[in-house]
Design a protein around this ligand. Structure first.
Ligand code: PFF
Length: 453
């Protein structure tokens, strides 16, 4: 392809390094904090069913497309869209897609960092033994006291943003590979132990029933939109994060296989979190629709009650924080890569500016849990509004455009060459999913939400 400008990009050391980084981006608060609480709010099984269908039919094909676009151009998302439109001889306006991604990333990170701050604060709470023998009421008291204090939330939000920026300054490769390599297996193990604890409660099967037996009558159009939006959110799709990582991917590596692996790992982590949490919810007469505080009001009960719970609690929140870190760096990387590669910023300067802007915006989320809890836009708090705007609207719209671009605008011979699938049939299957199934599904869900269908 045309080499307009020399790429200043790093490259991953291997396919495995890419898998680690992309899994690090995908697995995060979305799986352990968000999936359980939105599943609880939207009635369980049927919501999970729609979410799984969206991962399979929309998420995976778009993950393949996003990785492919990034790798083909080896540039940041904005430049990727510019270059690839030029290559396809298409309209220039496609680069706005890259823009939307950069903005969505910063918006998401602004609230992501606040919640990640909660996870970090809970490391200290676990360490000081706050959960020891505490019942559901006491654990709830700890949570409401904590989120009611703006100063505490600001402190932890700032700490988390600073940690994110420190890692991003050093470039995506350094440290990230190592962090994820140890993180994933340990997180997996801890979740298994928590599932083990959930089995000892007498509500284990009630939890499983809630999670896996669909009652489709409970689904509203809003639930379907949330489930679809979550498929994008949890796989880090629709905003260029995976595109950036794809741009560091060496040529000649199978993108499709890699996407299946990443999406599979991501889904397993989310389901395990759900299996661990809902039995605790029911065993303690809590409500599944507790909202964003759900994991903070359930898992500490387990840590307070089980043998070895003190250490487990510390480890769990440490790992949740690291999982959030490996996601947050991918949320800000598109902005940083663009400032460095197009605006001539030094990496340090790019990090400071984008980090500061995100931190400032995050204060809106901080206050929405306390002093501004009554401030509502369209019936939503600032946090809920940001979440809705990004996960339910911007990511699916971004994903829709990526699907249309990969399926309709990009020349077939280019995508075929870049994907290099083992059989013509697998390429064809992807092509149908990306050209028809994924965009139409997103389109119909939107139509349904605005009441046209
Ligand atoms: N996938 C991350 C999670 O599930 O926590 C969140 C996320 C990261 C969303 C990167 C979007 C993104 F681009």
């Amino acid at each position: 392809m045309t080499d307009k400008k020399k790429s200043v990009h790093d490259a991953w050391s291997s396919r495995f390094a890419f898998i680690l980084a992309a899994t690090g981006s995908a697995v995060g608060l979305g799986n352990i904090w968000k999936f359980p609480y939105i599943t609880g709010e939207h009635g369980g099984g049927a919501f999970v069913f729609v979410y799984l269908a969206c991962v399979l039919l929309i998420g995976i094909p778009i993950m393949i497309a996003e990785t492919m676009l990034g790798r083909r151009s080896q540039r940041n998302p904005i430049e990727t869209m510019e270059l690839l439109t030029e290559e396809a001889g298409a309209d220039k306006n496609w680069h706005y897609l890259g823009w939307m991604g950069v903005i969505a990333g910063l918006l998401i990170l602004s609230y992501y960092s606040v919640i990640a701050g909660w996870a970090s604060a809970y490391i200290v709470k676990a360490f000081t033994g706050s959960f020891f023998d505490a019942d559901a009421v006491a654990i709830k008291g700890i949570f409401t006291g904590f989120v009611g204090s703006p100063m505490q939330l600001i402190f932890w939000h700032s700490l988390f943003m600073a940690a994110t920026m420190l890692i991003v300054v050093r470039g995506v490769k350094n440290g990230l590979e190592k962090a994820v390599r140890f993180l994933m297996p340990s997180l997996f193990l801890l979740l298994l132990i928590l599932v083990g604890y959930a089995m000892t409660t007498d509500s284990y099967f009630q939890g499983l029933h809630f999670l896996f037996v669909p009652e489709f009558s409970k689904l509203t159009s809003d639930s379907v939109l949330t489930a679809m939006g979550h498929a994008f959110f949890t796989l880090s799709l629709g905003m260029g994060a995976i595109m950036v990582y794809g741009s560091y991917l060496p040529k000649g590596i199978s993108i499709a296989k890699t996407a299946f692996l990443i999406a599979g790992a991501d889904t397993v982590v989310a389901l395990l979190a759900g299996i661990a949490i809902f039995p605790i919810v029911f065993a303690n007469n809590l409500h599944p629709d507790t909202g964003p505080g759900l994991i903070f009001q359930t898992l500490p009960i387990a840590f307070g009650a089980m043998t070895g719970g003190w250490l487990m609690g510390i480890l769990f929140f440490v790992m949740l924080t690291i999982a959030a870190l490996t996601s947050s760096i991918s949320l800000i990387e598109p902005a940083v890569a663009w400032l460095v590669e197009n605006k001539g910023f030094s990496r340090e300067k790019a990090c400071v500016w984008s980090g500061l802007a995100t931190w400032l915006l995050g204060l809106g989320t901080v206050f929405s849990f306390n002093v501004w809890s009554n401030v509502k836009f369209f019936d939503r708090s600032i946090f809920q509004l940001l979440d809705y705007l990004t996960a339910n609207l911007m990511l699916p719209i971004g994903g829709f455009c990526i699907a249309v671009f990969a399926g309709w605008i990009m020349k077939r011979q280019h995508s075929e060459q870049e994907l290099n699938m083992p059989t013509a049939l697998s390429y064809q299957a992807w092509k149908i999913l990306i050209s028809y199934v994924a965009p139409l599904a997103v389109f119909f869900v939107f139509l349904h939400v605005v009441g046209v269908l």
